[in-house]
Write a protein that binds this ligand. Structure first.
Ligand code: CTP
Length: 360
């Protein structure tokens, strides 16, 4: 409907239609134009973002100027989906949106109302002031206050082997630790993420190491802990591990009685260990409590010599392990206690980072 010339004349800007357009200034190489643009922009907005564009970006396709530029971007990429209600609700579109959020894209919610098809439902592009407000919020978050800072973050569960096929694990999904890694990287930090077994994509610009057991996590954390400005232990590290994992699969017949006993021993407390020689490094831990939360969290803060502890209760609706939201209370060394309302883990992550930023 609208030609590039019309848009170019009205906006008094160049309109890009091909992946490798001819540069109009002699200094830029045509073949790296998308890289130049990606580095120039503070933020990229794709509005409207179609189901097709969401699918391409979720899987890394770069077959047009928009997707090529999006993948080359270092700063935040914001997607404002707009489509028919059934296309928006389709499980593949929803799965792509989840994957995009994990990858660090910002996906705005489309509005409910009358759609181009005449149907009524969710899928309308929000009005421009609303999109503008969302962009302002994102730009506020991602000011580069962690530029040059080195941060180590742990995430996810540890698996403690019983035999070659069985393990003792926990319900941690890793979402909180990954949200922290994602947010810290977007704010300019150099992030090392040490993760247990999770089903999450590594956020952009994050260096990830995978581990299985508490012992491996201890070793890898110790290897990378030097020269860090902050360490955030969001992992759900097992407190106990089988004393003697069997080298072959344990057979049912190995017990003649209806019970079977596995002897466990305590694992090393990683956070406690780091706390003993933390130097200038800022230390943050998590406390997962189902009763006496504040008292227990304060005790952990003191014993592990932390600067800050994030308390959450997995029994609360919208908090804990597998959810995309969390309800946390942040307790700092100074004794300040702040309970936050239920919010997406990415927002919780940014609030935790705001506090760390002041301490570093
Ligand atoms: N943690 C750790 N190493 C362990 C166990 C826990 O570094 N072996 C860290 C966690 O990553 C978290 C904090 O310690 O940041 C608190 O973990 P949590 O499981 O709540 O407490 P524990 O100290 O293990 O005590 P308890 O399980 O008895 O509540």
């Amino acid at each position: 409907f609208v030609t590039p010339l019309t848009l170019s004349t009205l906006s008094q800007s160049e309109v890009i239609v091909g992946s490798f357009p001819r540069p109009n200034s002699g200094s830029l190489q045509a073949s790296t134009r998308h890289i130049d643009l990606a580095q120039w922009a503070d933020l990229m907005l794709i509005a409207p973002a179609t189901a097709n564009t969401l699918a391409k970006l979720a899987h890394g396709y770069t077959d047009n100027a928009v997707t090529t530029l999006a993948i080359a971007m270092r700063g935040p990429v914001v997607l404002s989906p707009s489509m028919d209600v059934d296309m928006f609700r389709h499980p593949s579109t929803q799965a792509n949106i989840t994957a995009l959020r994990e990858l660090g894209y910002y996906v705005l919610e489309p509005e409910h109302g009358v759609l181009a098809s005449g149907l009524v439902g969710q899928g309308r592009l929000p009005n421009l002031p609303k999109i503008q407000k969302a962009l302002d919020n994102i730009l506020n978050y991602i000011h580069q206050d962690f530029k040059g800072k080195k941060i180590l973050i742990t995430a996810g569960p540890t698996y403690e082997p019983i035999d070659p096929v069985r393990f003792i694990g926990n319900r941690s999904s890793g979402k909180m630790g990954f949200a922290l890694a994602n947010a810290a990287a977007q704010r300019g930090a150099e992030v090392i993420l040490i993760s247990g077994n999770v089903h999450l994509q590594t956020p952009r610009h994050v260096q990830r190491y995978n581990v299985q057991t508490a012992k491996e996590m201890f070793t890898v954390v110790m290897k990378h802990r030097k020269n860090k400005d902050a360490i955030i232990m969001a992992a759900a590290v097992a407190d106990f591990t089988p004393l003697k994992p069997a080298s072959n699969k344990i057979k049912k017949e190995s017990s003649d009685t209806p019970t079977f006993t596995i002897e466990l021993r305590k694992t090393k407390d990683i956070l406690q260990h780091i706390g003993e020689k933390k130097g200038k490094c800022i230390l943050a831990g998590f406390a997962l409590e189902t009763e006496d939360g504040v008292a227990n969290a304060k005790k952990k803060l003191k014993e592990k010599r932390l600067d800050l502890i994030v308390l959450n209760n997995p029994m609360e609706e919208g908090a804990g392990f597998e959810t995309d939201t969390n309800i946390v209370t942040i307790i700092s060394k100074t004794g300040k206690i702040e309970r936050l309302k239920k919010m997406p883990k990415f927002e919780v992550a940014n609030i935790i980072l705001n506090k760390l930023s002041k301490l570093i």
